[in-house]
Design a protein around this ligand. Structure first.
Ligand SMILES: O=C(O)CCC(=O)C(=O)O
Ligand SMILES: [Fe+2]
Length: 265
């Protein structure tokens, strides 16, 4: 332990003290452009008619003509999640460098996901959860007992209505809540009481494209809930997870959640 390098960045302090960093800029250059281009290629027939001369970022922020159906959504998700452009970005030195702000020895975690959030698609709206809870019950030993950090990277910008919300300081309880299984998502719903979410500490994230936050695996967060307004703008983001092999995550686990693990309820 003693020979661990001490990290003194502001990001590290925020990560440890509040469970989340401020919004940071990530300079990904062509790696993000290539991905944005790919998104445009896949979605261009579905978005509003437009002048082809507008910028790429304007194009991928255009509203859809109508809410994509389940199949169209799955196609976009699968194509992007399996594309080389995403892989290059996830494994880039730029991303690794950012994780070095909080970890001595960051390694990419297996679960990194591109997300296309469209309005009226319940499946893409996640309730309050902790990322540690989403794989706590897995039988894949590569995923277990790793101290991960999640970088939520914005691909086309986000605002209060479509980004994510974070409960600052919620990791300080060092407690993993019971999580219930949501069809099409996984163990993505923390069973919490009202007072587990301190409303004064809810951060409503807003980002420009290529901006990100990094948060702790026990930090409560959720997708910004949908409102009743019809808004056909897509929100694209990537959950990028890295872990530090030198770090151990200590927490107590809700008794019932622990039971689920041992009795596979
Ligand atoms: O991007 C979102 O709306 C939330 C996604 C999330 O929290 C997750 O994938 O763990
Ligand atoms: Fe999450």
């Amino acid at each position: 332990m003693n020979n661990l390098k001490k990290i003194s960045s502001k990001e590290f302090q925020d990560f440890i003290n509040f469970g989340v960093t401020e919004v940071i800029d990530i300079n990904l250059g062509s790696k993000l452009l290539n991905l944005q281009n790919k998104i445009y290629e896949i979605t261009k027939e579905m978005i509003e008619d437009h002048d082809p001369g507008i910028s790429l970022i304007e194009k991928i922020r255009l509203p859809f003509k109508s809410t994509p159906n389940e199949q169209q959504w799955a196609k976009i998700m699968n194509e992007i999640n399996n594309c080389d452009e995403l892989n290059q970005l996830l494994n880039s030195s730029e991303i690794k460098e950012k994780f070095k702000l909080i970890f001595n020895n960051p390694k990419k975690y297996e679960i990194c996901t591109f997300r296309a959030r469209y309005p009226s698609q319940k499946r893409v709206v996640y309730n309050w959860h902790q990322d540690e809870g989403t794989w706590y019950l897995t039988k894949n030993s590569d995923l277990l007992k790793k101290f991960t950090a999640t970088m939520w990277l914005s691909v086309n910008g986000s605002d209060e209505t479509n980004s994510i919300q974070i409960v600052k300081n919620s990791h300080l309880k060092k407690k993993l809540y019971n999580h219930s299984f949501i069809k099409g998502q996984g163990y993505f719903k923390a069973k919490i009481n009202q007072n587990d979410v301190d409303t004064n500490n809810i951060v409503k994230v807003q980002t420009k494209p290529s901006q990100a936050i990094i948060f702790h695996p026990l930090t409560l967060h959720r997708s910004s809930p949908t409102n009743n307004q019809i808004d056909l703008r897509p929100r694209y983001s990537i959950d990028i997870r890295y872990y530090d092999i030198e770090k151990k995550l200590n927490y107590s686990t809700n008794f019932l959640f622990n039971l689920k693990k041992f009795f596979k309820l």
